[in-house]
Design a protein around this ligand. Structure first.
Ligand SMILES: Cc1cc2nc3c(=O)[nH]c(=O)nc-3n(C[C@H](O)[C@H](O)[C@H](O)COP(=O)(O)OP(=O)(O)OC[C@H]3O[C@@H](n4cnc5c(N)ncnc54)[C@H](O)[C@@H]3O)c2cc1C
Length: 124
């Protein structure tokens, strides 16, 4: 992506000027609208985990993106992958008429910080 190339270019530029900058990689986040559905992902999918030989567990949950009494509330289906040993979140995919990008933004931050499923739970 152009945005990734831009970040890599900044790292190169900083290091050429004597810095010690490190490119931390990308999560391959993506969001697209298909008809009335918002579709997106961040991190690793089940297929990618299988191809990489990574151990994972996954769960699918359906919920509203806003309180039910709000007229614009819409459903989102979310699939979450986590490492069963470390409980670290590996990836999230989401689809629905609701605000998918907002959920994926939060998920991307959790992934970047090495968060676990406990960090996403209301009670730990
Ligand atoms: C049709 C199209 C649409 C895209 N749309 C998007 C989009 O909407 N959003 C997005 O984020 N990304 C998009 N991309 C991807 C994005 O353009 C690239 O990821 C990004 O430009 C890569 O940047 P780069 O600096 O690595 O390489 P490039 O932008 O390809 O730059 C490489 C440069 O090196 C030069 N070069 C090559 N060989 C030599 C040589 N031997 N000596 C000197 N110079 C050389 C080339 O002329 C070129 O200027 C799109 C790409 C395409 C083709």
């Amino acid at each position: 992506m152009g945005s990734t190339a831009n970040k890599q270019g900044r790292v190169i530029g900083e290091n050429l000027c004597g810095g010690q900058s490190i490119f931390r990689g990308v999560l391959t986040s993506a969001v697209v609208r298909v008809m009335e559905q918002n579709v997106g992902k961040t991190g690793i999918t089940a297929r990618e985990a299988q191809e990489l030989g990574m151990d994972y567990v996954s769960v699918v949950a359906v919920g509203l993106d806003k309180p039910h009494y709000m007229p614009e509330a819409e459903y989102i289906t979310i699939k979450l992958l986590a490492n069963p040993a470390t409980r670290k979140v590996l990836g999230i995919q989401a689809v629905g008429k609701g605000d998918v990008a907002k959920r994926l933004d939060v998920a991307a931050a959790v992934l970047t910080l090495g968060g676990t499923i406990d960090d996403l739970s209301p009670s730990t």
